[in-house]
Write a protein that binds this ligand. Sequence first.
Ligand code: PRP
Ligand code: URA
Length: 208
Amino acid sequence: MSLTVINHPLVQHKLALVRDERTGSKDFRELVTEITMLMAFEAMRDLELEDVEITTPVQGATVKMLSGKKLALVGILRAGLIMVDGILKLVPAAKVGHIGTYRDPVTKQPVRYYAKLPSDISERRVFIVDPMLATGGSAVDAIAELKKAGASNIKLLNIIAAPEGVARVQQAHPDVEIVVAALDSHLNDHAYIVPGLGDAGDRIYGTK
Ligand code: PRP
Ligand code: URA
């Protein structure tokens, strides 16, 4: 079981702006994309490298390039889409899967309406992305779907997590490493993260 909180000053500064209710959709999207790229930098620290021979304009050199398992990014709709875009800027060759889930407003349980994953997902390192880990229901469901498809090497990236969501994922899927930019205080009566940032999907897409 592992939880990494990325408390780098750049991440924390951008996260403060994201949380601010005065931040509009355009800036919100840009900031979430930037935070995701900074998080990916840490989350992908253990990617394997191999020696490759090249020639620089000066002389031959042995350099390091990515090797090993290829990557798959899986965005939980809707809000995860913006994080997929951020990581794709860093690893454009990654394949992308989508899992469509919304929380039932009354029960707070995840309702899955869509799933499309790369056919070779079992051979890939998988990074699930979703800005919010609240009750953990959506993430637990998405991880189960990925495991059903054969994925075994899975990391979960969230911008903000609640302790309740982290505990739920760790209990259901102790093999999945969780990487977050902030671990907040608790969930409120509506299962929103406190202090959080509000409804991520609505703030990204301006739907409220
Ligand atoms: C949000 C968020 C997560 C989920 C987290 O999506 O993007 O997917 O809630 O909550 P949980 O941990 O309690 O499951 P939402 O259900 O609002 O769907 P949307 O992105 O389509 O608006
Ligand atoms: N989904 C969100 O978008 N925000 C929360 O705080 C909880 C669930």
